[in-house]
Design a protein around this ligand. Structure first.
Ligand SMILES: [Zn+2]
Length: 307
C-alpha cells in the first residue's frame, strides 16, 4: 500500500505579495526536499481536483462562499484580512486545496492508498464557518473530515493539529459536532489568541508556553492527547500538518525538530492502525522557514509512507 501526494499547479500561483511568509516557495521547498531525499518516486502523484460547492457547504456558510467568490479579483489584489488576501489565482487555488483534501479521503476510503498528503495552499485551519483569516480561505481539513462523515458514512473522525497556532477555524466548525474530535497543540498566549479555555468532550486543546521543545511537547501529547484519541476510537485520522513549531521557524517560539515530527506521525499512525484500519490523511497548514519546512514535511511523509 502506498501514500498519495496530492497537489495542483494553481496552488503555486496564489501569491499574497513578495515578503509574505505564506508563499508559493513553500510548496517548492517540499517538492525539492522529496526529490533530494529520493522519496518523490515512491509516492502516488495525483492532481487536486476542484472542490464541489456542496462539499464546501458542509463546513462553510453559503453567504461566506459567495463573498469569497465575489471578492476574487480579475487583476491586482484583494485583502480579506490584514494577513490574508487574494490575487486572480487565489480562488482556484483555494478550490483545488479543498478539492485535494476531498480526493485524499476518497483515495484512502476506497483503499487505493493507505494514506495521503495534501501539498496545497492556501492553508485552512484558521478559516471559520464564515471568516477568512490567518492566511486561510477554506478550511481544507474540515472539508475533508466532513466528507468522510457525510459521503463515506463514518461516525467518528479525529483531527490532530500540530501546527504551532491553534486550529480555531476547525474548532469553530466542529464545536457542535461530536463526531469530529479536534486535538490541537499550540503556543499560548499567541495568535489567534483563543483555544486555551474552550475545550470540551471532543475539542482537546493543549496550550503550551513559548519555548516548548521536543521532550515537553511529547510529554503533553502523550498525557493529554493520546488517551483521548484512544477512547474516541476514530475511524479515520487527519493531520492539520503545520511545521511552524520547528526550532528554526521564526513565526513562533517552539523548539520541535524533524525527529519530533516523526514521533507525532508514528503516535497518530498507531491510533489509526488500532481503530481506523490505518486510514490517515495529512493536510498541509503552516511552516514558513523553507528549509525546515521541506525537511520536516519530508520526514513526515516518509513516516506516513513507511519508507
Ligand atoms: Zn501556523
Amino acid at each position: 500500500m502506498h501514500t498519495a501526494y496530492i497537489t495542483h499547479p494553481e496552488c503555486l500561483k496564489h501569491d499574497m505579495g513578495s515578503g509574505h511568509p505564506e508563499s508559493p516557495l513553500r510548496l517548492r521547498a517540499i517538492d525539492d526536499r522529496l526529490h533530494a531525499a529520493h522519496l518523490f518516486d515512491y509516492l502516488i502523484h495525483r492532481e487536486a481536483p476542484l472542490v464541489h460547492r456542496s462539499q464546501l457547504l458542509r463546513v462553510h456558510d453559503a453567504a461566506y462562499i459567495d463573498s469569497i467568490e465575489a471578492a476574487s479579483p480579475y487583476q491586482g489584489f484583494h485583502a480579506l484580512d490584514p494577513d490574508t488576501g487574494m490575487n486572480p489565482h487565489s480562488l482556484d487555488a483555494a478550490y483545488h486545496a479543498a478539492g485535494g483534501a476531498v480526493m485524499a479521503v476518497d483515495l484512502v476510503m476506497r483503499g487505493e492508498v493507505a494514506s495521503a498528503f495534501v501539498a496545497c495552499r492556501p492553508p485552512g485551519h484558521h478559516a471559520t464557518r464564515s471568516q477568512a483569516m490567518g492566511f486561510c480561505i477554506f478550511n481544507n481539513v474540515a472539508v475533508a473530515a466532513a466528507h468522510a462523515l457525510e459521503a463515506h458514512g463514518l461516525e467518528r473522525v479525529a483531527i490532530v493539529d500540530f501546527d504551532v497556532h491553534h486550529g480555531n477555524g476547525t474548532e469553530d466548525i466542529f464545536r457542535n459536532d461530536p463526531r469530529a474530535m479536534l486535538c490541537s497543540t499550540f503556543q499560548h498566549p499567541f495568535y489567534p489568541h483563543c483555544g486555551a479555555d474552550t475545550a470540551s468532550g471532543h475539542i482537546v486543546n493543549v496550550p503550551l508556553p513559548a519555548g516548548t521543545a521536543g521532550a515537553a511537547y511529547r510529554a503533553a501529547f502523550s498525557a493529554q492527547i493520546m488517551p483521548r484519541l484512544e477512547a474516541f476510537r476514530p475511524q479515520m485520522l487527519f493531520f492539520s500538518a503545520g511545521f511552524d513549531a520547528h526550532r528554526e521557524d521564526d513565526m513562533a517560539q517552539f523548539g520541535l525538530v524533524e525527529a519530533d515530527y516523526v514521533w507525532i506521525t508514528e503516535q497518530t499512525m498507531g491510533v489509526a492502525a488500532r481503530h481506523a484500519k490505518g486510514r490517515i490523511v495529512s493536510v498541509l497548514e503552516g511552516g514558513y522557514d523553507l528549509s525546515a519546512l521541506g525537511r520536516s514535511a519530508a520526514v513526515h511523509i516518509k513516516t506516513l509512507a513507511d519508507l
